[in-house]
Design a protein around this ligand. Structure first.
Ligand code: PGA
Length: 252
């Protein structure tokens, strides 16, 4: 069984703090750790943090990438730039990018298309708002987000999707195990039909107020291949406890 533990640091930490946390996790993620651990620090730190890693186990990713390769796009960071400093992962379409920076499904689809073409491993983030859930729009919102992003990726071999209900992000309100299992089953079935991939090639992570207390329950839920953690990934101790929960699931 494979488990992915991803930590999205968002816009937090000075460089000194980022280095401390990275080195603590680097030390912890030695060869005994079987989970795939990926941290997503602010882009400005990635180059130095990548160079500071001693073990090969802890991986680094970007929280976002540009929808264009090069050129006059002030403030953007391209996939080529990330790859040129050894970064192999990026998040795409995080709900904060969607809501605060107005990234719509078309823009996210363009980023996904580029990421696929440039062969950087991307985690497509999707999820419904509380209002959408209450209005019975869960399936149509999720279908639209997946369909627009991945329908034209012909020949894709593996997909990583983070299911993050918007109402659970940073709120302390986690989806119930039943809600998570239903959502993950729905996402896997829909995606598998769409891109003709086996369930085992569609990795769905849960995100939204995952912490050291609930991680074991979430990671043990059916169809959960990993977690995308925000707040609880900012401290070494809580994030290590979540990695340990993933290890427990692997050993079961
Ligand atoms: P949270 O954030 O764990 O703080 O809810 C998750 C995310 O936004 O990826």
């Amino acid at each position: 069984m494979r488990k992915i533990v991803a930590g999205n640091w968002k816009m937090n930490k000075t460089y000194a703090e980022a280095l401390d946390l990275t080195l603590a996790l680097d030390l912890y993620c030695n060869s005994n750790i079987r989970s795939e651990v990926i941290i997503f620090p602010p882009a400005i730190y990635l180059h130095s943090l990548e160079k500071a890693l001693k073990n090969k186990k802890l991986q680094l990713g970007a929280q976002n990438c540009a929808d264009q390769l090069w050129g006059a796009y002030t403030g953007e960071v391209s996939i080529d730039m990330l790859q040129s400093i050894g970064i192999k992962h990026t998040l795409i379409g995080h709900s904060e990018r969607r809501s605060l920076y107005k990234e719509n499904n078309d823009l996210i689809a363009q980023k996904v298309r580029l990421a696929f073409q440039q062969k950087i491993q991307f985690i497509l983030c999707i999820g419904e708002t509380l209002q959408e859930r209450e209005n019975g729009l869960f399936s149509s919102v999720i279908q639209n987000q997946i369909n627009s992003a991945v329908k034209n990726l012909s020949g894709i071999q593996e997909l990583y999707i983070a299911y993050e209900p918007v109402w659970a992000i940073g709120t302390g309100k986690t989806a119930t195990t039943t809600e998570i299992e239903e959502a993950h089953a729905f996402i896997k079935k829909y995606t598998s039909d769409l891109v003709h991939l086996d369930f085992s090639k569609i990795h769905v992570l849960y995100g939204g107020s995952c912490n050291e207390k609930n991680a074991l329950d979430i990671l043990s839920a059916k169809g959960v291949d990993g977690v995308l953690v925000g707040g609880a990934s900012l401290q070494a101790e809580s994030f290590k406890t979540i990695i340990q929960a993933a290890e427990t699931c692997i050993q079961k």
